[in-house]
Design a protein. Structure first.
Length: 498
């Protein structure tokens, strides 16, 4: 073991190894982060980024290797250990306690006391200040339950920053938020940097990495395969290093859509969510839903897919009026939806990937009343090939990397082909390669005649995928643009209209 302490200040890792039994997740990674700089950490889904972060933040311990913090050996045994030493991690997945207030979440574990009682006034005041500095508009006294993913992400960041860490790790902080919130998070990273904080910044959005990172490290299959010290790092170089081969990222125009209307929504309203939404979806069409976070897009598709009730309006599938009050009813009518929150609603993390995929189909796949392990395995394997899922299907899906979980979620709803397939933020947290694969899947489903609705906060994604784009703001439909009409400026101007 090389015990020489690094002379310079910073966070220095030497030969970090992490094995889960026989699975080698990190293979001898060297890494250095200096105060007042930002290191971008990139890599495909499952490359080991979050595992690396978890080690640095004391969530898991490394199998081998050593870490130095400002010249001293550093081996945190827990996240609070790491925080005490000045290292904070903002998790890839939001982990707030929904039943507690925003302020309580922020101060969890160290509520300010006065005379033996929680000093609420002080807590709320400090909470208000830190939230305001991040541009998060939320009352610190309200409970977290029901807040949008974007706001929850802001609270997670505020929580870490309240501890005034010297090193902060952002693990995909913008995956769950819209463009405006993403801007704010990036501004926050730049502020921290200016104040002398060292930042590790993980993102699949490479333009973000280009704009914030002073240097970039790329992991592939647990090993460091590339490192750059220029700004900005060329995108194609980053992509090639991640994927390990020549790769170009471009959108292909979808095949022409059909004439037959598969879904017709007329005058749909839901109190407090959206009003008077009407649109057609043709056979073979990809219809994009664009708008800012909170515009009501998810609410509309939730209602169309039976998850929420409509207060007014009608829905027709292939010319037939349909009525349903549950996702099961919508499925019978031929409408399936993949929800946006893969952890909350989409997957059962303790069960295997294969079991998750077959879960909605158990009754159909059953023989003599029971689904056999062989059937689970067979269907799982088919879907793995179709969706290029990496990782073991027989292990709990919670052990898969975030992007692969996303693929499992899509695969789960496409064991059988619906008439209308709705996806809400289908590529959240997904790497470039997997993203292309998911786009390919959606285009192929459409070319086979399915009607597809894609809700996305990534403008490039909706513009690249869709035949037509429905733009919403403040719960109202502001227009439907064809592919030819839809420029980023036009979509944005409708998205901010009122
Ligand atoms: N507890 C565990 N047991 C077994 N394997 C695990 C466990 N935790 C993580 N892994 C594996 O480690 C690998 C790296 O996962 P990690 O979450 O670090 O990837 P990542 O680079 O953050 O990916 P993403 O971009 O999808 O978030 C994956 O193949 C994952 O399946
Ligand atoms: Mg990760």
């Amino acid at each position: 073991m090389d015990a020489t302490a690094p002379a310079e200040a910073g966070l220095v890792c030497r030969r970090l190894v992490k094995n889960y039994g026989p699975i080698k997740v990190l293979k001898s990674v060297d890494f250095a982060l200096r105060p007042g700089t930002v290191v971008g950490l990139i890599g495909e889904n499952g490359a080991g980024k979050s595992t690396f972060n978890s080690i640095v933040a004391g969530v898991v311990s490394p199998t081998e290797g050593e870490i130095w913090l400002d010249g001293k050996p550093y081996s945190p045994r827990s996240p609070s250990d790491a925080l005490a030493e000045g290292v904070a991690l903002i998790h890839q997945e939001i982990r707030l306690l929904p039943g507690l207030s925003v302020a309580e979440n922020l101060f969890l574990g160290r509520l300010p006391l006065r005379g033996g009682r929680v000093d609420r006034a002080r807590m709320e005041e400090e909470a208000r200040a830190v939230l305001a500095s991040l541009g998060v508009a939320v009352d610190p006294r309200r409970t977290v339950r029901g807040l949008t993913m974007g706001v929850q992400q802001g609270i997670e960041i505020a929580k870490a920053l309240l501890r005034k860490p010297r090193y902060v790790i952002f693990d995909e902080p913008t995956a769950a938020v819209g463009e405006a919130e993403a801007e704010q998070i990036l501004a926050q990273v730049m502020r921290l940097r200016a104040e002398g904080t060292g930042v590790i910044y993980v993102s699949h959005r490479l333009d973000e990495v280009q704009s914030v990172a002073d240097s970039v490290v790329c992991l592939r299959d647990g090993a460091k395969v590339a490192e750059w010290n220029v700004k900005p790092v060329p995108k194609d170089e980053m992509i090639n290093a991640m994927v390990g081969r020549e790769f170009t990222f471009e959108h292909h125009a979808p095949k022409p859509r059909g004439q037959k209307v598969v879904l017709r929504v007329n005058g749909a309203s839901r109190q407090g969510a959206f009003r008077d939404v009407s649109f057609d979806l043709q056979e073979g069409e990809i219809l994009g839903f664009a708008g800012l976070v909170g515009a009501g897009r998810s609410e509309v598709v939730r209602a169309v897919s039976g998850a929420d009730r409509l207060d007014a309006g009608t829905i027709e599938v292939a010319g037939q009026p349909v009525r349903y009050t549950s996702p099961g009813g919508a499925m019978k009518a031929g409408i399936f939806m993949v929800p946006e929150d893969r952890k909350g609603l989409g997957l059962n993390l303790d069960r295997s990937a294969a079991a998750n995929i077959t879960l909605p189909w158990e009754r159909k796949l059953a023989r003599f009343g029971q689904i056999t392990p062989a059937a689970v395995k067979r269907v799982g394997e088919e879907q793995r090939r179709r969706f290029d899922i990496r990782g073991r299907l027989d292990l709990p899906v919670g052990h898969m990397s975030g992007g692969n979980q996303q693929k499992v979620l899509l695969a789960k709803w496409l064991v059988e082909n619906p008439k209308v397939f709705i996806v809400d933020e289908p590529t959240r947290g997904v790497d470039v390669g997997a993203k292309m694969a998911i786009y390919e899947i959606l285009r192929k489903l459409a070319s086979e005649g399915m009607g597809v609705i894609v809700v996305s906060s990534e403008l490039e994604e909706v513009l690249g995928l869709s035949h037509r784009i429905l733009v919403m703001s403040e719960g109202r439909q502001r227009g439907i643009l064809t592919r030819e009409e839809a420029s980023p400026e036009k979509v944005m101007s409708l998205a901010v209209s009122n």
